[in-house]
Design a protein around this ligand. Structure first.
Ligand SMILES: C[S@@+](CC[C@H](N)C(=O)[O-])C[C@H]1O[C@@H](n2cnc3c(N)ncnc32)[C@H](O)[C@@H]1O
Length: 403
């Protein structure tokens, strides 16, 4: 079970459909024309608790020991060594400093390693112990609040939470991009996709629910409502396999282009889905997972010039960049960090939303509905999940909060 730190009720720190709604793009144009500096959300008591959770060793140990995660970042840094060597890098949320140090090893001239958690104190010691103090500058503070004296060529960050958006760290990367990234700069990772699939998982359901039907020969079905609530009210972080998936292809709930995304796009994300079951099997819930890609800034095919990240574009350039990012084709060289059930396991595992009552599906039966993810008003680090699903003429809604 993943524990990225204490301080939250489940013991973990709180870790648009394709294309951008027209209204948002228009309002962003307005922002670009005004050339206003990005504004930061105030630091709340919840944020302080969140940063405090990251001062504990356990969460960093778990992340660093996740070789899929850490090894993929290291490989991506080496792949882009030509864009890092001699350049200035900003590591947003440096933790122990591991990614900042990889960048220094790759030849960065200077790395600003920023973290609002007191883990930055250890990062500073680690930098000294590795004789990198002349290159890596550790800063204790929110990236929204620290003062970096120069613009940067590269932003690197490990910001992904469960279900991609949990923890709400991506707005801090957007802030840093708009404030400090030079035109044509590199963002690692550059793209992310959140996926969704219907799952069948009889063993898991039985373990939590059917157990109560016969306990040492005693009928305890009266416990069932409590058992369902306790087991399935909140999203579960678990590992499933490809065999649990009821249908392929998957639905892409959301695609993120870190070069162009704006904060407003993250406030509420809705995706509609329509699956056809491949099997006769009970539908127990839905699984979510993500992957991130490490792509360089897009090359414009017309003039072979680097395209600028959104924070530094004129409105025309920006719309050109957005449409091209939609046509992005994954090359064989693209490094991908995947948290999919069929890939090597990571500490993110998969996020499962179980239904209180399974639905018996026949092969080819349609399951359709929508999922909406919104930042919680109670605590911006939490994620509200509104799930609608219909099958066989019956419709349901499930509301849950990832705390
Ligand atoms: C998932 S950890 C990654 C740590 C490290 N980069 C690594 O890969 O091992 C995210 C870190 O970002 C920090 N963080 C989150 N939001 C931040 C912000 N706005 N400003 C500074 N640090 C932040 C957290 O305190 C935490 O240490």
């Amino acid at each position: 079970m993943l524990a990225r730190g204490p301080g939250f009720s489940n013991g973990h720190p709180p870790r648009p459909r394709r294309g951008r709604p027209r209204g948002l793009r228009d309002s962003y144009r307005g922002l670009l024309q005004q050339q206003e500096p990005p504004s930061a959300r105030p630091c709340t008591e919840f944020d302080k608790a969140y940063f405090h959770a990251y001062s504990h060793i356990g969460v960093h140990e778990e992340m660093i020991k996740d070789h899929v995660r850490t090894g993929t970042y290291k490989a991506a840094i080496m792949q882009y060594q030509n864009l890092i060597e001699g350049k200035v890098v900003l590591d947003v949320g440096c933790g122990t400093g591991i990614l900042a140090i990889f960048c220094a090893f790759a030849g960065a001239r200077r790395v600003y390693a920023v973290d609002a958690s007191e883990i930055a104190l250890q990062a500073n010691e680690i930098v000294k112990d590795n004789n990198l103090s002349d290159k890596v500058i550790v800063m204790l503070g929110r990236v929204e609040d620290v003062n970096i004296e120069e613009n940067v060529d590269v932003i690197i960050s490990e910001w992904m939470g469960y279900m991609l958006l949990y923890e709400t760290m991506l707005p801090s990367i957007i802030f840093a991009r708009d404030k400090w990234l030079k035109p044509g700069g590199l963002i690692l990772p550059s793209h992310a996709t959140l996926y969704m699939a219907p799952v069948t998982h009889t063993a898991r359901y039985s373990e939590s629910i059917d157990f109560w039907r016969d306990v040492y020969g005693i009928k305890m079905s009266a416990m069932l409502p409590l058992a369902k609530q306790s087991a399935f009210e909140e999203p579960c972080i678990e590992t499933i396999t490809g065999e649990n998936i009821l249908t392929w292809p998957l639905v892409q709930v959301m695609e993120v282009d870190c070069y162009t995304i704006i904060v407003q796009e993250l406030e509420s994300v809705t995706a509609k889905y329509r699956f056809s079951s491949m099997l006769n099997a009970p539908l127990h819930g839905f699984a979510f997972w993500f992957d991130v890609e490490f792509n360089g800034p897009a090359i414009s095919p017309s003039n072979n010039h680097l395209q600028f990240p959104s924070g530094s574009l004129s409105s025309d350039q920006h719309s050109q960049s957005s449409s091209q990012s939609k046509k992005r084709v994954k090359s064989d060289e693209t490094i991908v960090l995947s948290t999919a059930p069929e890939d090597a396991p990571t500490h993110w595992q998969q996020t499962l939303l179980y239904l209180y009552e399974p639905i018996e599906l026949k092969q080819d039966q349609i399951i359709e509905g929508s999922v909406t993810l919104t930042q919680s008003k109670e605590n911006a680090r939490f994620l509200n999940i509104h799930l609608e699903y219909s099958s066989g003429g019956r419709s349901f809604i499930k509301e849950s909060v990832m705390r």
